[in-house]
Design a protein around this ligand. Structure first.
Ligand SMILES: Nc1ncnc2c1ncn2[C@@H]1O[C@H](COP(=O)(O)OP(=O)(O)OP(=O)(O)O)[C@@H](O)[C@H]1O
Length: 363
């Protein structure tokens, strides 16, 4: 295992990159801690695979260095990096048994027979594959084959890191849920550095202690699932994480008051120095916005109410802008007029999409 440092790393596929848009991966500085469980989360095309390929050595970055435990590996090939990888689709030897498949990476490293047997049994048991250990891989389902791929990634205890690239794509939805928890348990038990690439927020948030969110080739936030939820560093993170995502409303801010059209909203902090020329927005998650009787809180019009099982969500309009809010049990509405109560401390202000910390704590 190793800590992995990305030092001023950037990558452009075109040979003559000039401006930021030419980079598939914009400059990133990051340390993947030894033993950490990380998710690399972002929509299709945001640069996740490019970054993963730089870590594994399949792509040499245009700029910057990559260090494993302080040693520069930027120009080392994949074989010299001691990385395990699990891809979207199964990579297994069909003619071998499950046991032989799992043992293969260890045999290659010339581990003693007893050590191999013990480790294979352990990994098979954790993946619930003990019963099929002596079956040929070719006779198994796609799900089971992908479990073998996961096992082959996990079986070596000496790897610098395990990289998972959307590993549950081919897995049946029911089993997917179970495997997500299994991977989390395996991380705790095996003490390996794991980097899990996905575009699925549920997968990222269940697996990772730290989530690295990417958007348009750049890392927009690195944090725990709680931090991403409670303090999105970018409006993209607010939108992308959460269901429904964060409300983002254009505002004019005057000290510790935001104005959404002619509706004034009191803020917990003051914003005396917002950059001129940037779009200023207020962000508040629906979970911190509660519908109330008309005449209390901020005036809104209710467009519709969606029942999403665990909660009822009101789709409202505030000063002409759409927003979502929670509907408390027992609230009786009179027509489409209602009030909106916002949790002041959970309101964030963004300039050009980026969180502005604000000053002091008002109220
Ligand atoms: N070999 C390549 N040559 C040129 N451009 C590439 C190459 N590979 C990726 N790109 C471009 O780089 C950008 C980032 O792609 P990348 O595959 O890293 O994103 P991703 O987040 O992994 O997306 P996906 O989940 O769809 O694979 C995209 O605009 C893509 O078109």
């Amino acid at each position: 295992m190793a800590s992995i440092t990305l030092d001023h790393l950037a990558h452009a596929y075109r040979p003559d990159p000039r401006d930021p848009q030419d980079y598939a991966l914009k400059e990133i500085n990051h340390v993947w801690r030894q033993g950490g469980a990380y998710a690399l989360l972002g929509p299709s095309g945001c640069g996740k695979t490019t970054l993963l390929n730089i870590i594994s050595g399949l792509v040499t970055p245009t700029q910057g260095r990559i260090l494993f435990d302080g040693k520069d590996v930027t120009n080392l090939p994949t074989e010299a990096r001691n990385i395990a990888q699990v891809f979207q689709f199964p990579v297994v030897y069909d003619t071998m048994t499950v046991r032989e498949n799992l043992a293969f990476p260890l045999k290659n490293r010339h581990l003693p027979r007893e050590a191999i047997a013990k480790r294979v049994e352990e990994i098979a048991s954790r993946l619930d594959m003990t019963r099929v250990l002596d079956r040929k891989a070719s006779n198994l389902t796609a799900d089971a084959k992908q479990k073998i791929s996961l096992g082959r990634g996990l079986v070596r205890s000496d790897v610098a890191a395990i990289l998972f690239d959307e590993p549950l794509t081919v897995i049946d939805p029911h089993l997917k849920w179970q495997l997500r928890s299994t991977l989390k348990e395996l991380h705790r038990a095996l003490d390996l550095t794991m980097i899990y690439v996905t575009h699925d927020q549920t997968e990222a948030l269940t697996f990772a202690d730290t989530v690295v969110v990417m958007h348009d080739g750049a890392v927009v936030q690195t944090g725990t699932p709680e931090e991403l939820f409670e303090r999105p560093a970018h409006t993209f993170v607010g939108h992308f994480i959460g269901s429904p995502g964060m409300n983002v409303l254009p505002v004019r801010v005057d000290g510790a008051t935001a104005h959404i059209g002619d509706v004034a909203v009191r803020l917990a902090r003051a914003y005396p120095a917002l950059p001129a020329g940037e779009k200023i927005e207020l962000g508040v998650r629906p979970e911190f916005a509660t519908l109330a009787r008309a005449g209390t809180g901020l005036p809104v019009r209710v467009k519709r109410i969606d029942d999403i099982g665990r909660a009822r969500i009101a789709r409202v309009e505030i000063a002409g802008h759409a927003a979502a809010a929670m509907v408390p049990d027992g609230l009786a509405l009179d027509g489409d007029r209602a009030g909106l109560a916002l949790e002041t401390r959970q309101i964030h202000i963004y300039a050009g999409g980026v969180l502005v910390p604000g000053e002091g704590g008002v109220g």
